[in-house]
Design a protein around this ligand. Structure first.
Ligand code: ATP
Ligand code: MG
Length: 411
């Protein structure tokens, strides 16, 4: 992408109202734009990162489920069936302007905060025999929750992006096996995203199933909203909400701040019962379908990765999710840098070309702010020295590379 044509440019200063690091940097660098509290537009650079995260998640999820796209807008009746129309306090209910009298100002629709209310009747329509089970549907989609404290940039949105997966099984045993597979799949995903070492499987509250645990995936983050306790001896990690009584004992537990980037749940037959979803087992008996649900916070992950790796100059993206691999800076060498841009792009390398009419200082500062892994500079000086200047984001040293060797070097 050519920055001169991007339609968006980095700002000199972070937005005044921003508190969180990810919010400040992502807005200043031109990745996102805040439309209102907790609601953002993904600009060209931000959409690149979001898409890379989604592609990694999708690649792994395709091994455990089939992708669908459910509607964001869902019928009120489904939420009444599960009782959640009244109990979910962050539920976004909508009143269509052209039907207010029929509805007496009550909402007809819900902007979904999660999708059990759609996916359960969907699975029920197609999978009614033990031969059809297990089955799992996943999607990557926007969720709506009227979060009271949407102040942390992408860490807490009111409209945010989530990968949600729902599985349906003939019995608990089969469910448990699948649950463990998904747990491992999640760890593979966080590893590929570049946060594997700092992401723990954490015991957390089981939601509706009080005595049981759910498993959260918590990434260490000094500004995270959660507190987790790691037992030094057993390695077990607990969310504060289910931590043992002696969790404050510093000799026994390490305490960390973290951000929840995923959560997997046992649902038993709570939702299948609500929709009367049973199946015919091999012995001919009707039995309730056993369910699990599994979420990954896609947009929160973007915020966590931005916030976790940032330094005092700006964003520092891991290779796997960087908006571009190479940030090519042109300093009055338009023709040559254009050719390098074309060659690299044609060879399949993601390149952001700074071909704007701006000072070298501004271009260098913006490259640091944007945070692509490699910076390549084409200038009179680099050409006189034998080629282009290459430097890793976060690295100290730059080196000169011959023009014809750039592709090898970059790869
Ligand atoms: P939290 O405790 O942070 O409010 P949650 O437990 O209510 O999150 P889940 O219902 O488990 O969230 O949703 C699955 C995943 O979606 C979470 O693990 C998190 O990564 C992400 N997520 C949840 N709420 C938000 C939000 N408001 N903004 C961005 N991501 C979110
Ligand atoms: Mg959760």
């Amino acid at each position: 992408m050519r920055m001169s044509k991007m339609g968006v440019r980095p700002e000199k200063q972070p937005p005044k109202d921003a508190e969180a690091i990810n919010h400040k940097l992502l807005v200043q660098a031109g990745f996102i734009n805040q439309e209102m509290a907790g609601v953002y537009t993904y600009l060209p650079l931000g959409l690149k990162v979001l898409t890379k995260i989604e592609d990694i998640v999708r690649k792994h999820m395709d091994k455990v489920g089939s992708e669908v796209l459910m509607p964001a807008l869902s019928p009120k009746e489904n939420w009444e069936k599960t009782g959640r129309f009244q109990t979910v306090d962050v539920l976004m209910k909508t009143v269509p302007a052209n039907e207010p009298s029929r509805l007496k100002n009550d909402s007809e629709y819900v902007l979904s905060p999660t999708h059990e209310e759609i996916v359960t009747p969907l699975a029920q329509k197609f999978n009614l025999s033990y031969k059809d089970l297990p089955v799992a549907f996943y999607q990557i989609q926007n969720k709506f929750r009227n979060e009271p404290r949407a102040k942390n940039g992408l860490l807490r949105g009111r409209e945010f992006r989530m990968k949600d997966l729902y599985s349906f099984h003939a019995n608990e045993e089969d469910f448990k096996k699948y649950y463990e597979t998904v747990k491992q799949t999640y760890l593979d995903i966080y590893k590929e995203l570049g946060i594997g070492e700092d992401t723990y499987v954490v015991l957390a509250s089981g939601g509706d199933f009080g005595k049981e645990y759910s498993h959260e995936f918590q990434t260490l983050l000094s500004t995270g909203e959660d507190v987790i306790y790691k037992n030094k001896e057993t390695g077990e990690v607990f969310n504060k909400e289910v931590a043992p009584e002696d969790a404050d004992n510093k000799e026994k537990y390490d305490t960390f701040k973290a951000s929840e980037v995923g959560n997997i749940f046992t649902l038993h037959s709570k939702y299948s019962d609500a929709f009367g979803y049973s199946f015919t087992d091999s012995d001919g008996a009707r039995k309730p379908v056993v369910m699990g649900c599994y979420g990954i916070g896609i947009s929160r992950l973007m915020g966590v990765i931005a916030e976790k790796f940032a330094d005092d100059k700006g964003l520092v993206w891991p290779k796997s999710v960087a908006p571009f691999s190479v940030h090519l800076i042109d300093i009055r060498q338009g023709e040559l840098s254009g050719k390098i841009y074309d060659d690299l792009t044609n060879a399949g390398v993601d390149v952001l070309l700074d071909d704007r009419d701006a000072s070298p200082g501004e271009k260098f500062a913006d490259a640091d702010l944007i945070g692509c892994p490699l910076r390549v500079v084409v200038s009179d000086r680099s050409v006189a020295a034998g080629g282009v200047e290459i430097k890793a984001r976060g690295g100290q040293e730059s080196q000169i590379c011959k023009i014809e060797e750039i592709l090898d070097k970059v790869k």
